[in-house]
Write a protein that binds this ligand. Sequence first.
Ligand code: ADP
Length: 162
Amino acid sequence: MQRICVYPGSFDPVTAGHMDIIGRIVDMFDQVVVGVLNNAQKKTFFSVEQRINFLRQCTSDFDNVEIAYFDGMLVDFASQQNAKFIVRGLRAVSDFEYEFQMASVNKRLRPELETIFLMTRTRHSFLSSSIVRDVGRYGGDLSSMVPNQICKQLQHDLLRQQ
Ligand code: ADP
């Protein structure tokens, strides 16, 4: 029986914090499905294709990571992927309330699914996609905040949008 997890999020764009979580869960599960939320109500800076493309570039070294998008309920997506686990990252106490609510709702909808939380590494605790977008927009150095593979492209794309 394969241990499959989904790691869902907006990834707008993927950051070093996201990659830290992915790097840690590849050893815990046989298969990691990174689920990119494509929700018309949640406006994103990058299109779903761009977000997936960035993630693919950053995860090409892992042979048990797959990138997919979803637009419905997370629990349905997890079931479609045959996943028994949902992974989320926790940065600060401020993340807790929302995550607790989501995990509780998902547990009610699908009791067989477990949500697992990984604490961020301290050096990434301030890091979010919106910080990356803000710093990049003004030409700030993103090299410690995003994976090397996409840094140049991101600096270019974000600066152009200022
Ligand atoms: P969402 O909109 O679902 O929060 P994000 O792309 O912002 O999507 O985040 C996806 C997941 O990655 C969430 O579980 C989030 O807490 C986690 N995450 C985001 N940034 C970091 C970070 N710097 N360190 C650890 N986990 C993080």
